[in-house]
Write a protein that binds this ligand. Structure first.
Ligand code: GDP
Length: 501
């Protein structure tokens, strides 16, 4: 993982972007059933109101209560965000207490959660979505540490304010904070020092997937009894912790009202929050219009390899076994037909296969397979891959832009195969509202048998879940406590939301 910022992006801009003509503007709900607020300047962020034209129907609509909570959060972000008197006062108090440790219990009207996202882009997007939901549940303003490229990738989601933490923030080196600091939640819990929260100025919550038992007690925290005294929470996380929020009795009622359907939480949060900037959206739309738009069907295959960057035959075998077993791409004929129909009369169905991955080797093999032989069904299969970066350089702007563009393109397919354990894949299928076929992570460099299975929901998996029953106050199998939080298909100890049938 490298933390570089590269030279300014030079691709020419393409305003106005054309939208696919198949869906007429007038029939399309650009604000996604009230999820988005109208009135943003469309030119500064084309994707916000036009991404709907590139997707199938909106899979899940927001509940009236979620819409109400989003509008309330927007008002809070505007009232307390950077540039306001409330923000100035809150940072001044933080600076003052932080330096001299004064036990000032001034009740600040505005409370904040500062998120420090890190690792790859998939990790960071899941972290942002989770922290945003936490902020809504606890009436806090969400601000993002700007150390990574997020500001080059995403438009502002809240009207009339910014979600980026101003550079002149009193706590320095946010990226280097760990659970060891005296302000950490772990420390407060271990020393039973909840009373000292108000004297600290801020509380640091470490939710790295490797965090400790004491850090994870945060997931049982009832904000009304403890953390409400901390106007500033600094949170460091690299993943999706929403399933743990659904296990906390303090949030259950509100979450039930916000999300009557439990399997589209990330889908709705992501469509509310993540609007690619025009540069990224240009990559997405140009690729889509060139290679995907005219096909009858689109299949996404996301290949993420955790054993190294070199190509592995067992992974190619796994992709082919999965797509064949699940009948996602037609088989090829072993013998060419003697007579071929003239091109104009074939009327053959076309299937675009969008592959993503750091290596081009899997794509080249699959593409060659379908160039070399015809399909048994007569379908025309075209295989594409937008980039092959070879290595991960997370934090480097152009690299991250390509990653985001590819996640968006995966979300524009009709069906998707993803690699288990990959947050990149979770975001890809989550954006599309697609329940994926998940390829199991190979062990001992061997193709797993079965190679993949259909997931139970389109939700991402939480990799570092708590193993504690908040209600009972003891350790438990948290995948068995409520019907809508279950273990993941790709990670047996992970947790994900499902909608109980
Ligand atoms: P995870 O590691 O699979 O959970 O996903 P992350 O997105 O958190 O981190 C992997 C990073 O590697 C991505 O953010 C990209 O920077 C890069 N990467 C991995 N797979 C791909 C891919 O298919 N396409 C592109 N462009 N980048 C990728």
């Amino acid at each position: 993982m490298v933390s570089l910022r590269d030279a300014a992006w030079t691709a020419e801009s393409v305003w106005p972007l054309k939208t696919p003509s198949t869906r007429q503007e007038s029939n399309v709900d650009k604000v996604l059933g009230g999820l988005l607020v109208p009135g943003f300047d469309e030119r500064t962020c084309h994707s916000r109101y036009s991404s709907v034209f590139y997707r199938k129907n909106v899979t899940r609509l927001p509940s009236p209560h979620l819409i109400k909570r989003l509008r309330k959060q927007e008002a809070l972000q505007r009232r307390c965000g950077p540039g306001t008197e409330a923000y100035r006062a809150a940072t001044a108090r933080l600076q003052y207490r932080h330096r001299v440790g004064v036990n000032d219990t001034t009740n600040s009207a505005c409370k904040y959660v500062v998120l420090v996202p890190y690792r790859g882009l998939g990790n960071r997007m899941l972290a942002v979505a989770s922290a945003f939901l936490y902020a809504m549940l606890t009436d806090r303003v969400l601000l993002l540490d700007r150390a990574t490229s997020l500001s080059d990738l995403f438009c502002e989601p809240f009207p009339g304010t910014t979600w980026l933490l101003p550079r002149r923030f009193p706590i320095k080196n946010l990226q280097n904070l760990t659970g060891e600091v005296k302000e950490s939640y772990r420390n407060l819990v271990q020393n039973n020092s909840a009373a000292s929260v108000s004297g600290l100025g801020y509380v640091f919550v470490d939710l790295d997937h490797t965090c400790t038992y004491h850090d994870k007690l945060f997931y049982c925290d009832d904000e009304r009894q403890f953390l409400y005294r901390a106007p500033w929470l600094v949170m460091r996380t690299d993943g999706y912790f929403v399933p743990a929020l659904f296990l906390n009795p303090a949030h259950q009622e509100e979450l039930d009202r916000m999300f009557p359907r439990k399997d589209a939480v990330f889908y709705l949060l992501a469509h509310y929050l993540f609007h690619p900037t025009n540069k990224v959206w240009g990559l997405v739309t140009r690729f889509y219009n060139s290679y995907m738009r005219n096909s009858d069907e689109k299949l996404g295959i996301q290949v993420r390899v955790f054993d190294g960057d070199t190509p592995f035959k067992h992974i190619l075998d796994q992709i082919l076994a999965c797509t064949s077993q699940e009948r996602l791409i037609p088989e090829v004929v072993t013998q060419e037909p003697i007579m071929l129909p003239p091109p104009s009369t074939t009327g053959a169905r076309s299937k675009a296969v969008l592959m993503t991955g750091l290596s081009s080797w899997y794509y080249e093999n699959i593409r060659w397979k379908y160039l070399q032989s015809a399909t048994v069904t007569g379908e025309v299969v075209s295989v594409y891959q937008p980039s092959h970066e070879e290595h991960e350089f997370s934090g480097k702007t152009t690299h991250d832009m390509k990653a985001l563009a590819e996640m968006c393109l995966l979300g524009m397919t009709d069906a998707i195969v993803t690699s288990g354990w990959s947050t990149f894949g979770y975001v890809g299928h989550g954006l599309g509202g697609l329940t994926p076929w998940v390829m199991f992570k190979p062990e001992n460099l061997t193709t797993p048998d079965p190679p993949c299975r259909r997931a139970r929901s389109m939700e991402p998996c939480m990799h570092g879940p708590p193993f504690y029953d908040c209600r009972a106050g003891h350790g438990a199998d948290t995948g068995k406590l409520v019907p809508h939080v279950r273990h993941c298909e790709d990670m047996s100890w992970g947790l994900k939301l499902v909608h109980p049938e």
